[in-house]
Design a protein around this ligand. Sequence first.
Ligand SMILES: [Fe+2]
Ligand SMILES: [Fe+2]
Length: 315
Amino acid sequence: MEAKAEAKPSTADTLSAIADREGFLATSDPALQESADRGEAKLLDYRQLYELWERQQWATQDLDFSQDRVDWHERIDPEERFARMYGLSAFFIGEQKVADELGPIMRAAPTEEQRIFLSTQIADEARHVAFFDRFYREVGVLEGADGLAERLAATEEHVNDAFHQLFDDLLKTRVDHLAANPDDTGALVETITLYHMIIEGVLALTGQHFIIDYNTEQGTLPGFVEGFQKVARDEHRHIAFGVRFLTDMAHQDPAHLEAIQRMLAESIPIADKVLDPPWVQGDEDWEIFGQSKEETHAFAAQCLSRRLKVIGLAA
Ligand SMILES: [Fe+2]
Ligand SMILES: [Fe+2]
């Protein structure tokens, strides 16, 4: 057990390897910049983030899932298929929920440049839903479920209670408030902290990284891996926007730093539980996609700490 842990690269080395992937470092997400451990990072501005979006387009229709279909039904045994359903379902439903909630956040952003970037993000999140829907449909992950709504309903049983608490309670309450009060900048700062720093930064990218790595090592689901890399690159760009926005807001009014801290304190304990697979009881250890609970949490923590240092918060 210890020998295996020693043989693994450190989180910092893993992040450097991710930064080497095509177009990832270009997003300016501080988690991929070593200097962010000292609170220094090169951040793109809103117009540059928009222009990067134009250059980083991709189409779900270009992906070929034929080998994935063979792998899913013939090379992955039923027990492993069930374990994998947790990760896949959390992403499929999560993408649908974030796509649906982003409209009021976009409208509440104070500048036109910010709203233009967030509009591109709405298109990205819709594409991420389409990516999962196409994968489920072409691979035949849920036999008997026809149509997007049916597939989403059928996949819902695989996510845990903390997942619902984070999305349906914490996020939805904030977004409903912003829809009615688009001028409440403090609420917008809290919502972007929850959406971009916790849901995308801590949860989505951690799961994405380990699922991509695991499938690459196992030589499984090549079409999925190709598309999921594109999804991950989009998420780094979204998070880079979040860091830029929160940094700018903190400079404008240091009181916003308290709003960021308040939201982190409220959401991190729930996010930690979302990372636990639903079959785990209490604080027991687990391993999924070849990673232990400790390694998974260490990865999420270092990404968050680099981003917070750049925003001006000691993690
Ligand atoms: Fe997404
Ligand atoms: Fe995103």
